[in-house]
Design a protein around this ligand. Structure first.
Ligand SMILES: [Zn+2]
Length: 205
């Protein structure tokens, strides 16, 4: 189970300061102070940012592991929330996803970058749409970074949501929340429709 490590460190600072060593979880989230055998379970590495580790704990009685994810990092995806937000915002402000890609230096080829973007765009839009239903002050927002920036009055929306969403985090999908990954609605696309080479045409929105 992932939980918040409340910190305003950036991803780079988190790594440089080895801040996972400062993460604290005093009581078992399942059993509180009552005598289970809850204990620290060291830390595990994440590939990006390079050198990242995440502190974790284990309760043998509940057979559960708890990891403390710092507010700067994506849940269940590599990298930081600010990185994802910067790219999603660029895509939203570009005439097309392809146009946005030319400004990005992700070295996996155009089809790979588009997949990378679409996966995150879908997750972020689902998150923002859910929040417009869950949080009254956000009900008039469009599910876009710029609309949420204006409503929240913050420079970066995704870390702000991680810090303020509270119990909603367990409903919201990654990379902001700790909830399940939503499944894209089944479209007209046939399963196993894999083309080599070019991607299918973009859906106009
Ligand atoms: Zn326990």
């Amino acid at each position: 189970m992932q939980m918040r490590f409340a910190t305003d460190l950036s991803a780079d600072e988190y790594v440089r300061q080895r801040a996972w060593e400062d993460a604290r979880l005093d009581n078992c989230p399942l059993h509180g102070k009552a005598g289970c055998s809850f204990a620290s379970h060291g830390s595990y590495p994440r590939q990006t940012p390079k050198g990242t580790r995440i502190a974790r704990w284990y309760c043998p009685d509940g057979n559960s592991t708890f990891s403390l994810l710092p507010d700067c990092l994506c849940s269940r995806l590599p990298g930081s929330l600010i990185e994802v937000e910067t790219i999603i915002n660029e895509v939203e402000e570009s005439p097309s996803q392809e146009a946005a890609v030319y400004g990005l230096r992700i070295d996996v080829g155009l089809a790979g970058v588009l997949r990378w973007i679409r996966r995150r765009l879908f997750l972020i839009r689902t998150t923002l749409k859910l929040l417009t239903k869950l949080v009254p002050i956000l009900q008039d927002c469009r599910p876009s970074i710029s609309s949420f920036r204006a409503a929240l009055g913050v420079e970066y929306v995704l870390p702000a949501l991680r810090m303020s969403a509270g119990p909603h985090l367990y409903v919201l999908p990654p990379p902001v929340g700790f909830g399940p990954r939503p499944q894209p609605k089944k479209g007209k696309k046939k399963p196993f429709q894999h083309k080599t080479g070019t991607d299918p045409p973009l859906k106009r929105e």
